[in-house]
Design a protein around this ligand. Structure first.
Ligand code: 2AM
Ligand code: CA
Length: 255
């Protein structure tokens, strides 16, 4: 597994270098499921690069990846979950606050995750048998504080409508941050800078963070408190296990 983890970090770094080398060129922006759901030619090229490199080293491995139709279930065999660019709207509009995410599973068990903030050259990696680190530095285990002393993250739409009571949780916290990227939001939880991130996400948006975070005292659950399914878009939150009950006292479906 050590070799696979080292290999994965190398190809993610190479993919980041590819983005840096090409991000000033024409991006060929297209809209997918909605006017704000963007994809560029670099999303597709980076995914193809990662999948091709993994396939050439590990021909029997399977994929669940955002662009196109690779939709293996993480429950069986050796499966890579890939988001080539998370925060594509930030990438297009700001040229920063986006990340490459890769997670690797064997028979449903997360082995490692990688979140690479390309512009900051910050690589969050580890989980499973590997220590969770930011570049070479170990990441801290969750340290408890009162809710009032923590910032939280969500998305603008859920705050606006108080979906699932997110606005009520926000009012009881130190404040809300909206980063426009699941990867960037999760990386701030992993660094101890945010308490929780509450939003609707696809499996490739949360797989890496779930594996890295588990080793530091965090879990990703649906907003009804169930395990995430790694298959469909779901309302989810990443929370410290120590704070789950307190956060759940705010987060429930208002009917
Ligand atoms: P993406 O950039 O990889 O698409 C904010 O938009 C965050 O939610 C991003 O991390 C984005 O991932 C994710 N997201 C998931 N589903 C989305 C959707 N249908 N439209 C826009 N963003 C989505
Ligand atoms: Ca993406």
């Amino acid at each position: 597994m050590e070799n696979k983890f080292v290999f994965a970090k190398e190809i993610v770094k190479e993919a980041g270098d590819y983005i840096l080398a090409h991000m000033q060129e024409e991006l060929h922006i297209e809209r997918k499921s909605s006017p704000t759901d963007l994809v560029t030619r670099l999303d597709k090229e980076v995914q193809n690069f990662l999948v091709d490199r993994i396939r050439s080293h590990y021909p029997d491995d399977q994929f669940c990846a955002e662009e196109g139709c690779l939709r293996a279930s993480v429950g069986y065999g050796s499966v890579w979950v890939i988001d080539p660019i998370d925060g594509t709207n930030n990438f297009v509009a700001q040229g920063e606050d986006f990340a490459i995410m890769v997670a690797y599973f064997e028979n449903g068990v997360g082995q490692f995750g990688i979140i690479y903030d390309v512009m900051k050259d910050h690589c969050y990696h580890g989980g499973g048998a590997f220590q969770a680190c930011l570049n070479e530095e170990p990441l801290p285990n969750f340290k408890d504080k009162p809710l009032r002393d923590f910032l939280i993250a969500s998305n603008a739409g859920m705050l606006e409508t108080n979906a699932w009571g997110v606005a009520e949780l926000a009012n009881a916290s130190l404040g809300v941050r909206i980063y426009g990227s699941a990867a960037i939001s999760f990386s701030k939880i992993l660094s101890g800078q945010l308490l929780t991130y509450i939003t609707y996400l696809q499996p490739w948006d949360y797989a890496a963070a779930s594996i890295i975070g588990e080793s530091l005292g965090y879990q990703i659950v649906t907003l009804t408190g169930e395990p995430v399914d790694f298959q469909t878009r779901q309302p989810i939150m990443m929370v410290p296990t120590d704070k789950l009950a307190e956060i759940q006292s705010y987060i429930y479906e208002r009917k």
